[in-house]
Design a protein around this ligand. Structure first.
Ligand code: PEP
Ligand code: MG
Length: 965
């Protein structure tokens, strides 16, 4: 345990240090209200002057601020811009600080945005990122821009910039019912501790509760209320196991008075109605707190209106409610428990009910029953709008659950999503998550803490063993994240607090994990949601250790692993000598399990639906990772066919492996280069060993993701040198950092975007930090020396972006000698393919990223669970764009590669070769097979196949035609 405590201490020191480094806070003293400006340059000059007269900067800083605007606009959105200097202008910063200028009339910024407030930053290092992070939290405040313009005092302006609107919480989670306690003080503490475990308050709140006894509200109810330590307005109610007229419940309210107004009103109304709650369950108590009378007629209705309960349908609802002689209230099942009168239009709209959410109706009075029946019918029928029933996908968005079960029929293919190519036939092994049973409470907290520590330490050891086994593989970094998660101080503290309140180690730990995971999921960000899955994965490991349960052990013979969904550590734990394939009931093609299966070269399908879990252990199962289907209990005939096919594939593979070092030359003498796609330079020797003609795509993000801050020059040079050394003269195509959108970097905060794939991603993002791009290019050139280096930029949309990025390479080239360098662009955005003829004279090569090109051409999110199967790069529209690219390139003697997944698709290879693509870059494992496939082609035939594909209308027509060929 010493290690854990010293680690915590260390983390605290780190936190304190980094807090000390954040000198930038928004204060009223830094505000100038009522400024006016002729244009944005004038406003920028004023901001620079303000910083200068506040003693923050010297006069040269303005030039840096202007240069920064030239690189890209500093507008954050919602009326706010954060002008600041470039790294080069840091010498002009005398004292880190900020000035806030309000322009009530607004100014049009150079990017066309209307700006009302400038937060001008003088920063000696990257402190502006903290301000950015801070401001992004208020960006979605409704009407913020207008409010910023109208703010009439400095404190109001700072308040607007400082805090997101507080969302109250009072739900079944905050209720503590039937507690074995006999005094108001005890109940108050338990309620407060619950709020703390839900992260609504911190320890200061608890200390305040201890210091001040609850106030008697009469009728056996008590109230304790504190502002100190409250993170959000929250109401808890703790009731005793044995209620008496003196003690029926203690309300514990957290948050400042103005934010708690609604919650206080709820308590007030509840007391006024004097409704009994003894013995009621949490939902019923919540209903009473929401103002629902015990004898109320109630109903639950799902809202189907596409745009939710907006003004028009709300008006219909209110009109219907007013027709009845009844008092009708309405609340949202997914809301904070507050109910509104169904006859108040503004209140009903204010609920903010969205499609798919559940409205809880309650009515009292003579016509209560008729009112509820009529309202339910009206809501069901769409309140004057045409509504469609919820699709299963939408229902899942509201209440996440597995796909509805489909029938499992012997020898019948069951459609799923293809996740990793290959074919397998073996017995099924269903990984059923063991039921982990445990006591909720425990008396001896000391012992519970010891058990917790032991379970965490064991999990740490298990994970480190897994990391060693997975070393160099894709799973290792994910498992390292798990180790980090185990060290999370907040999780540990939350568990300790729960244990100290009498919870068992298991229940305390799981509550902490679940709360943290839910908080991440609530951010509606796919990547964060994936991290929530990781958290639960780690959480289950510790929980299993606590319960003394070992995870199910797979059989000794070869098997196909079937699971509901697989966590990364499940996949990493696989014994690849026995696992022949993977099938999951849930998950999309981009889930971790799918990515890892591809890296391991295991055939896999995902999203097969719950019914697959019903297959018996040991039953035969076919996994077809190319067609995306599974066949349970295949018949004799099918089994024979598959075995023959597997034998052919094996022979083909063996032959391909043997000839892996031969060039990929078609029967009629046309050679295509076959490179390897790498996500880690450590895998370069393996790629060379598999016969790759070079690295066709190095996804350099891995170096950036593996470090807590942007890796410095020396670190990057070392990494790239590994690759060059292993390549022994073969070319390396390095893609510059491609983050942003769905791939954030912790140390590069980005404003939340509605459409991250259409936002700050790839080269767009890199050009906002040319210093990082420059260091990367410098590292690549330094590592290359005389060896062949190809640099390409991701997500380029046109020549202008290419030139901006190219200029950085040219600058570094004038300083670092590297003799064999080419600079190209990835063709990932349709605009670039359409304008390839304008780019071709200036680039040295193109590399088509079909994953993104397909996504942007077909307007299908590449990670979409349901649609990803339709996101097919063999769509004729994508093929046309590839043809345009090749024609433009060849007209200027430039070469074209294809480095997206399409390049390893056996059906697509002849088409790409027929389109005259010069290089295919595929995952290392596929290199020998892709080379073998090309050797079996005839260029003329391939051209005819390409022509045929281009003449068709849909991807499935193309696939059918190619299959028939
Ligand atoms: C692509 O988009 O096809 C590509 C190769 O890049 P990534 O998959 O890394 O976005
Ligand atoms: Mg891409």
């Amino acid at each position: 345990m010493l290690t854990r405590f010293s680690k915590q201490k260390q983390m605290r020191t780190i936190k304190t240090k980094s807090e000390a480094h954040i000198m930038l806070t928004l204060t009223a003293n830094d505000v100038r209200l009522g400024a006016t400006a002729d244009d944005w340059q004038d406003a920028l000059q004023q901001a620079a002057r303000d910083l200068e007269s506040a003693g923050r900067t010297s006069s040269e800083y303005l030039a840096g601020m202007s240069a920064r605007e030239q690189q890209s606009s500093t507008v954050l959105g919602n009326g706010i811009a954060i002008p600041h200097g470039t790294p080069e202008s840091r010498n002009a910063v005398l004292n880190t600080g900020i000035r806030i200028l309000q322009f009530p009339e607004g100014i049009t910024w150079h990017d066309g945005a209307r700006v009302y407030v400038l937060v001008a930053i003088a920063a000696q290092s990257d402190e502006h990122l903290d301000i950015l992070r801070h401001l992004t939290r208020v960006l979605d405040k409704p009407g913020l821009a207008e409010k910023l313009g109208h703010a009439s005092d400095a404190a109001e302006l700072v308040a607007l910039l400082s805090k997101a609107p507080a969302v109250a919480k009072c739900d079944t989670e905050t209720l503590c019912l039937g507690i074995d306690a006999s005094t108001p003080n005890e109940l108050a503490l338990i309620a407060a501790a619950r709020l703390q475990s839900l992260r609504c308050v911190d320890t200061d709140f608890l200390a305040s509760i201890i210091g001040q006894p609850p106030v008697d509200l009469g009728e056996g109810f008590w109230l304790t209320h504190h502002t100190v330590g409250a993170r959000r307005p929250t109401l808890s109610l703790a009731t005793p196991k044995r209620p008496s007229s003196e003690l029926r419940g203690v309300f514990c309210l957290a948050g400042p008075g103005d934010e708690c107004h609604d919650l206080l009103e709820r308590i007030d109304n509840f007391l006024a109605r004097n409704e009994p709650i003894d013995g009621l369950n949490a939902e019923a108590v919540l209903a009473r707190l929401s103002g629902e009378a015990a004898d109320a007629v109630t109903a639950k209705v799902t809202l189907l209106n596409t745009h939710g309960l907006h003004a028009r349908p709300a008006k219909q609802l209110v009109q219907e409610a007013r027709r009845h002689n009844a008092s009708i209230r309405l609340r949202l099942l997914e809301g904070d428990g507050s109910a509104v009168s169904a006859t108040s239009l503004t209140r009903v709209i204010g609920l903010g009910a969205r499609r798919g959410q559940t409205l809880l109706l309650s009515a009292t009075g003579d016509e209560a029953r008729q009112a509820i029946a009529a309202l339910t019918k009206a809501i069901d029928e769409g309140l004057g709008e045409t509504v469609a029933p919820l699709q299963s996908a939408e229902q899942r968005m509201v209440v996440p659950e597995a796909e509805p079960a489909r029938e499992l029929t012997d020898d019948q293919p069951l459609k799923a999503v293809a996740a990793s190519p290959g074919l397998a036939l073996a017995s099924a092994f269903v990984m059923r998550q063991p039921k982990l049973r445990y006591e909720q409470s425990a008396e001896d907290s000391e012992q519970q803490i010891q058990r917790l520590n032991q379970a965490i330490d064991d999990a740490d050891g298990q994970l480190r063993t897994l990391i060693r086994q997975a070393e160099g593989g894709e799973a290792a970094p994910i498992l390292s994240v798990h180790v980090e998660m185990l060290q999370d101080e907040d999780l540990y503290q939350a568990t300790l607090e729960a244990i100290n309140e009498g919870t068992s180690a298991e229940a305390g730990w799981w509550r902490a994990i679940d709360t943290a995971a839910r908080a991440q999921e609530a951010l509606a960000d796919r990547l964060l949601a994936e991290r929530a899955a990781d958290l639960r994965d780690v959480g289950r490991r510790v929980l299993a250790n606590l319960c003394g349960v070992t995870m199910p052990t797979p059989p000794d013979a070869p098997y196909i692993l079937v699971a509901d969904d697989l966590g990364p550590s499940d996949v990493a734990r696989l014994d690849t000598s026995r696992v022949r394939g993977l099938v999951t009931a849930r998950g999309g093609a981009t889930s971790h399990s799918a990515i890892l299966a591809r890296a391991l070269g295991l055939p896999a399908v995902v999203g097969a639906g719950e019914s697959i879990l019903a297959i018996a252990d040991g039953a035969d199962l076919v996994v077809d990772g190319e067609r995306g289907c599974v066949v349970p209990n295949p018949g004799v005939e099918r089994c024979d066919k598959i075995r023959r096919r597997l034998q052919q594939l094996e022979a083909l593979q063996a032959q391909a492996h043997e000839n892996r070092n031969q060039p990929a030359t078609t029967e009629d003498g046309h050679t295509v280069q076959v490179g390897a796609n790498l996500g880690n330079t450590a895998h370069t020797p393996d790629a060379v060993d598999r016969g790759a003609d070079g690295v066709g795509l190095l996804r350099t993000e891995f170096i950036f993701m593996a470090h807590p801050e942007a890796p410095d020059l020396a670190t990057q040079v070392r990494e790239y040198q590994h690759a060059f050394d292993a390549l022994n003269g073969l070319p390396l195509v390095a893609r510059t950092l491609d983050v942003g959108g769905d791939k954030p970097l912790d140390y590069w905060p980005l404003p939340q975007e509605d459409n991250p794939f259409l936002g700050m991603r790839g080269i767009r993002l890199s050009l906002t930090r040319p210093d990082i791009l420059e260091t990367q290019v410098r590292a690549l050139l330094t590592a290359a020396g005389d060896r062949p280096l190809r640099i390409m930029f991701p997500m380029v949309k046109d020549l202008e972006e290419f030139r901006a990025a190219r200029a950085i390479v040219s600058k570094v080239q004038s300083e670092v000698l590297a003799n064999d360098v080419q600079v190209g662009v990835m063709i990932e955005v349709p605009s670039c393919a359409l304008l390839a003829s304008t780019l071709a004279p200036e680039v040295d090569f193109f590399s088509v990223g079909t994953n993104d090109l397909t996504q942007y051409t077909l307007a299908i999110d590449r990670g979409h669970g349901q649609l990803s199967a339709e996101s097919d790069g063999l769509h004729p529209s994508v093929l046309k764009l590839i043809r345009m690219t090749v024609e433009a390139a060849h007209a200027h003697n430039r070469w074209v590669g294809v480095c997206g997944e399409l390049a390893s698709d056996p059906q697509a290879i002849p088409v790409l070769v027929g389109l005259d693509v010069d290089e295919l870059s595929v995952t290392s494992r596929r290199v020998p097979l892709v080379k073998a496939c090309i050797r079996g082609l005839n260029l003329e035939t391939a051209r005819q196949q390409a022509e045929k594909a281009l003449s068709l209308a849909t991807a499935s027509e193309v696939r059918d035609a190619l299959e028939a060929w």
